[in-house]
Design a protein around this ligand. Structure first.
Ligand SMILES: [Zn+2]
Length: 152
């Protein structure tokens, strides 16, 4: 391995003792011009005990892309983890895990009330795998994640 290769912080965290759902602030970075960026792991399913199927994760991704912005300013990106147990979120500024958790809970509640025609970007023109969307699956996982947060 190249000695300059930087191991991502999340690989140094013991995934066998992680609980879910939980929001973990993974870092606060400062750029060359002083701008700050907060990084988060949004762990939705306990690692190695399950994973959100892609058909359910996919509409959650599309919906969080709009709903999270309604509850939290300065989001740069919110993308699914390859292991399908959660999302990475980055945002401008020094953002608290509590603010991200509250935005996520509100967004998941919105997902429960979403109808298919409201899911953004589900046409062949707008999405890289438009056939793989299960809003039913997204809503069922949203329900169990909300329950895990102590929300009903
Ligand atoms: Zn897509």
């Amino acid at each position: 391995m190249n000695t300059k290769t930087k191991i991502p912080e999340s690989f140094s965290i013991d995934h066998t003792v992680m609980s879910a759902p939980q929001i973990r602030k993974a870092g606060l970075m400062t750029g060359p011009h002083g701008d700050q960026i907060s990084k988060f792991d949004l762990r939705l399913v306990k690692p190695n005990c399950g994973a959100i199927p892609t058909g359910a994760l996919h509409p959650i991704e599309h919906l969080l892309a709009t709903y999270m912005h309604e509850h939290l300013d300065n989001i740069i990106d919110c993308s699914p983890m390859g292991c399908r147990t959660g999302f990475y979120l980055t945002a401008w500024g020094d953002v608290s895990a509590e603010a991200v958790q509250s935005a996520l809970i509100n967004s998941l509640k919105q997902i429960l009330n979403t109808v298919w025609s409201e899911v953004p970007g589900t046409s062949e023109k707008e999405c890289g795998n438009y056939r793989d969307h299960s809003l039913f699956g997204a809503q069922e996982y949203a329900k169990s994640i909300l329950k895990g947060f102590g929300e009903s």
